[in-house]
Design a protein around this ligand. Structure first.
Ligand code: NAD
Length: 275
């Protein structure tokens, strides 16, 4: 493909896998992450494997930080052809303790127990900012490089919970719904300058973020973990590698007439009513 590809949050589980797969296709990779150590580790692994990559510290919530990163990318690799907005995630402050409110919950004074009524607006704002603003700002900065070129695109990372919200996580579900909606909006807005905009909607992937929610210390599934598997027709969690084929397709020539789509990669979770 021979493109300059910028990935945010690429020190993390899913996007580090995408960065490595895209490097194998002959692309130059800018690995951006808030955690410079994690970004450098991924870039070093790509370079050691014969690819071309640089690690750059960048905060997707600060435009100056992103502008500084763009300067480094432009100087060292060239102008950006493809942006993958991978930084994102949830926060416990935007999460309720129970899936359904029960009357007795209002009397529960257990430390840390949280109903909808106690959700902290700051926690909810954190999640909306990280996922939505953290997608918008890098696009403002890096998509400028794409105007006037051909073969450029933006790939956002939404989630299957954008189609139907998951219990307990109203902030994360709402923020990812905003990412899906923005993907369509931007696809239309950028259509006349030839920049395609699409998104992946991953299902459940076992990562550090959710491991304690989904598995016990002995590796067996928690109740929620089992519920997810029961609701997934293909009967397993996703592996980061499951995202690679769709990413290569959406970033490549094979999808040159595809824009504004959000592709579920979820083993059938979003398609299944449970009956
Ligand atoms: P991860 O936590 O492993 O990776 C996220 C990375 O983003 C981390 O390396 C973190 O340092 C970085 N980051 C956090 N805040 C940042 C900021 N302000 N600026 C720059 N970088 C920042 O998570 P992951 O599972 O690899 O998730 C990647 C994306 O996929 C996220 O958008 C997530 O919401 C989404 N997703 C994950 C799953 C899943 O099951 N893991 C499912 C659906 C969607």
């Amino acid at each position: 493909m021979n493109k300059v590809i910028v990935l945010t949050g690429a020190g993390g589980v899913l996007c580090s896998t995408l960065a490595k797969a895209l490097a194998k296709q002959g692309n130059k990779i800018a690995v951006l992450d808030l955690r410079i150590d994690a970004a450098n580790k991924v870039a070093n692994e790509i370079n050691a494997d014969g690819g071309i990559a640089i690690g750059i510290a960048a905060n997707v919530l600060e435009k100056e930080s992103l502008e500084a990163a763009r300067k480094v990318v432009n100087e060292k690799l060239g102008t950006c052809d493809i942006l993958i907005n991978g930084a994102g995630g949830n926060h416990p402050l935007g999460t309720t303790s129970n899936p359904f409110l029960q009357e007795e919950d209002l009397l529960n004074k257990t430390e840390g127990f949280k109903t909808f009524f106690e959700l902290d607006p700051e926690g909810i704002k954190f999640v909306f900012d990280l996922n939505f603003i953290g997608t918008l700002l890098p696009t403002q900065v890096f998509a400028k490089d794409m105007v006037g070129k051909t073969g450029c695109s933006v790939l956002n990372i939404s989630s299957m919970n954008a189609f139907t919200p998951l219990t307990k996580i109203p902030a994360y579900s709402g923020a990812k719904a905003a990412v899906s909606n923005f993907t369509q909006w931007l696809a239309v807005h950028f259509s006349k300058v030839g920049i395609r905009v699409n998104a992946l909607a991953p299902g459940f992937f076992l990562t550090d973020q959710n491991r304690t929610l989904l598995t016990e210390t002995d590796g067996s599934l928690t109740q929620r973990g089992q519920q997810i598997i029961d609701q997934t027709p293909m009967g397993r969690y996703g592996e980061p590698e499951d995202l690679v084929g769709t990413t290569l397709w959406l970033c490549g020539e094979g999808s040159k007439f595809v824009t504004g789509v959000v592709v579920p990669i979820d083993g059938g979770f979003a398609a299944y009513s449970g009956v």
